[in-house]
Design a protein around this ligand. Structure first.
Ligand code: HEM
Length: 404
């Protein structure tokens, strides 16, 4: 009998590592009868599927539900050659110089938030910094007002990101559709203004949406509905994921004081520490491909056009690649550590990885300038939707550094 695996169960969501290990050993390819989708758990199988873009397409989108024909294919739901042309249109916003140029402003924002936290005896780390920073960064990139719209945007991202894996849940599904409509109404005029400026021969700016409005794909401007899909995807892809990484980082460190101590004694370990958190707590459990032809996965005959989930989080815990994978160890060999799949791999590998790492790094660096202690004052509340893996609430008490 096949091993039981229910992605939506508390058993999995609350302790994915234990289940991943079991699936790698007993059932590396799984078919869910209930939801009719497949899951892949071993590193080498996931890497092989990602590389084979002829057989495995992104066109039905990254979630378990099938993208509709009217949905504009954008980046993570586009195949070559359209995908590479779209990616080219946005690379300028993610190149190392652009990211480095953002650093002083990111640091200033983080400093303001952490200075405010010095005044608080206790706080929710997610609310005070982990939710705010990634949203502030993406607002800046999309040229939308953070101060005015933060709360609203946060609610939208929760509903939309949450809905990616929740199509079978009527309420979540409807909630997602309502939110998408609100987001479209929000971004529509903003995007149209940029298109109009471009048409009039004016420069709409250097933010991400302006870059897309100015881009030409096969000599044609990017259509309005595609730019809208870009905006929606970037808002969601750039915020909740990075929030989760920052939350995971502090949550892990509090659970492993020996590793925290190592970092305090040797701040050069910060980059590998972030990488190790990404590996062991993959913020995104997994995302989907769809097979263009019937395929065989282990014993499973997979009919054409099936939804296949590549479990990044499981690949990161594969003992064939990572020794003692369940051990949290910030001193792992850097070259091996970098093989983790939390940002995917291949043509769809996350373009925002360096930015996400930088955001987390600045938070920790600025944190260490102000505080020398952090402890939980209540249980960590996990993210309530199955798309992301990490804290939703993280109540903490911080000890400010003594002067001198
Ligand atoms: C810790 C934070 C993040 C994680 C864990 C993460 C995870 C991922 C993963 C797993 C993929 C691969 C999708 C696939 O192969 O199906 C991806 C793609 C992508 N991510 Fe991220 N991401 C993060 C941060 C960001 C940020 C900050 C941005 C932008 C501001 C971003 C933008 C994108 C884009 C545009 C793609 C699509 C790339 C493509 O299809 O070519 N991500 N991300």
């Amino acid at each position: 009998m096949a091993t039981k695996f229910d992605f939506y169960s508390d058993e999995f969501q609350l302790d994915p590592a234990r289940k991943f290990k079991e699936m790698q050993e007993k059932c590396p390819f799984h078919h869910s009868e209930k939801f009719d989708w497949y899951s892949v758990f071993r590193y080498k199988d996931i890497a092989a599927i990602v590389r084979d873009t002829e057989t495995y397409s992104a066109r039905f989108g990254p979630g378990p539900d099938r993208a509709k024909p009217e949905d504009a294919p954008v980046l993570v739901s586009a195949d070559p050659p359209l995908h590479s042309k779209q990616k080219k249109a946005i690379t300028a916003a993610f190149n190392p110089q652009t990211i480095a140029a953002m650093e002083p402003d990111i640091r200033a924002f983080v400093s303001r938030r952490l200075d405010a936290m010095v005044e608080m005896e206790e706080c929710d780390l997610m609310e005070e910094i982990a939710n705010q920073l990634p949203m502030w960064v993406i607002c800046r990139m999309l040229d939308i007002p953070f101060d005015r719209d933060y709360e609203k945007l946060l609610g939208w991202v929760d509903a939309i990101a949450g809905g990616v894996f929740s199509d079978h849940d009527e309420e979540m599904h409807q909630n997602r559709i309502d939110m998408m409509e609100a987001v479209y109404n929000y971004f529509g005029p903003h995007i149209q203004a940029k298109i109009d400026q471009d048409k009039a021969g004016e420069d709409p700016g250097d933010d991400l949406l302006s870059l897309i409005a100015k881009a030409r794909i096969e000599g044609e401007p990017v259509p309005f509905n595609h730019i809208l899909s870009f905006a929606l995807f970037l808002l969601v892809a750039g915020s909740g994921t990075t929030t989760t990484l920052i939350g995971d980082f502090f949550h892990r460190m509090m659970a492993h004081p020996d590793q925290w101590q190592k970092l305090l004694e040797n701040p050069a370990l910060l980059d590998p520490a972030i990488e190790e958190v990404l590996r062991i707590d993959s913020p995104v459990h997994g995302l989907f491909r769809t097979n263009n032809v019937p395929v065989q996965l282990g014993d499973l005959e997979v009919p054409v056009d099936s939804k296949i989930c590549l479990m990044w989080g499981s690949a990161n815990l594969d003992p064939e690649i990572f020794e003692d994978p369940l051990e949290f160890d910030i001193t792992r060999d850097a070259k091996i550590l970098r093989k983790h799949l939390s940002f995917g791999t291949g043509i769809h590998a996350c373009i925002g990885g360096p930015l996400a790492r930088l955001e987390c790094k600045i938070v920790v660096e600025e944190f260490l300038k102000r505080f020398d202690g952090i402890e939980r004052t209540g249980p960590m509340v996990p993210y309530p939707y199955p798309t992301l893996h990490g804290p939703y609430k993280l109540p903490v008490r911080l000890t400010a550094r003594k002067e001198g």
